[in-house]
Design a protein around this ligand. Sequence first.
Ligand code: GN1
Ligand code: MG
Length: 373
Amino acid sequence: MNEHKIESPKEPDLELAFIAKQFRPDAPIVEVKEYGSGNVNDTYRVTLDASDKHFILQRINTRVFHRPELIMMNMRTFTKHVRDRLARESLDGWQVPQILLAQGGNNHFVDESGGFWRAITFIDSSRTYNEVRDLDHANQVGYALGKFHSLISDLETERLHDTLEGFHIAPRYLRHYDDVLAQHTPPALPQVDYCLRFIESHRKSVAVLEDAKAQNKLRLRPIHGDPKVNNIMIDDVSRCAISMIDLDTVKPGLVHYDIGDCLRSCCNPLGEETTDFDAIHFDLDICRAVLQGYLALGKEFLDENDYAFLFDAIRLLPFELGLRFFTDYVEGNVYFKVKRPDHNLSRALVQFKLTESIERQEREIRALIDELR
Ligand code: GN1
Ligand code: MG
């Protein structure tokens, strides 16, 4: 990146305020506070002394996203497409975060240590939740994903860059796991042993979606990539979903990645960060509510083959995330941010326990899909 570097103050809070100012030099900054619970980027909410009180400031993790400028290009393409559609179809009640430009008109700011910062509008009077609160909430989350897919279904995939190569390509994660294990020996712990054995027993089913894609049974469409429950904004008054945030992984993919990921997030009532491993289960009532919400719109664009691979997606996505967490634990936590050295190990256990619960309920989940389609 060849941006002109500006000297910034050294003290952390002042430095954040200085960076925030690059995007809103006109309004006094009241506060810059860490926001949300992202595992990759650093996110802050900036409070201004202005009528539009808040905006979101983020440092993109460039160890993960090697070409952050592609994210900004996709965001522009995506937001324009969706705004045009909303206007054409006179749809109000759905909001799209907007990019705030930095001084000089760039859509990002590079600090003196190379940090890549961008700012987006904050959707006021709404919030996100880390776990599903009730079945209405679950239904709204599903509906939001259906709405999102429907709004971008006519955006040609060729117009979107690949912001994160290999994202959700499960066989690639497995190859990386094998490479990492060839170089690192994980500690001899019962939980590590469980993970190693769990991965071994699932090797054969890892390529199910990629094989179906290669055989043209499933096709690429624009997707969100990270539709977990806390990326759906719920209006404080109406309790309806009004936006999907975290657009960094909007890119071509399979809607199955999104549906599987959304369900693994919503149907785990204890949440991703629990350590109560024995109590983890995949909740069928939540699954029904999410799928009903999704299919209210999804019925219009899902075909026979799409339905045929839905259960595989529901089983694969939590396994894939568990594999990613466990690999990162073995590799020394180079991808996901952690609060303690074994954090990624316990996150992996959560996802594997959830996968086990899904496998135990395969018959019921398949029956539910058949019933709702
Ligand atoms: C990461 O950073 P965050 O929390 O938005 C990850 C997702 C995982 C999620 C699990 C780019 O998302 O794939 O599902 O953690 N994002 C990336 O919480 O790897
Ligand atoms: Mg994300």
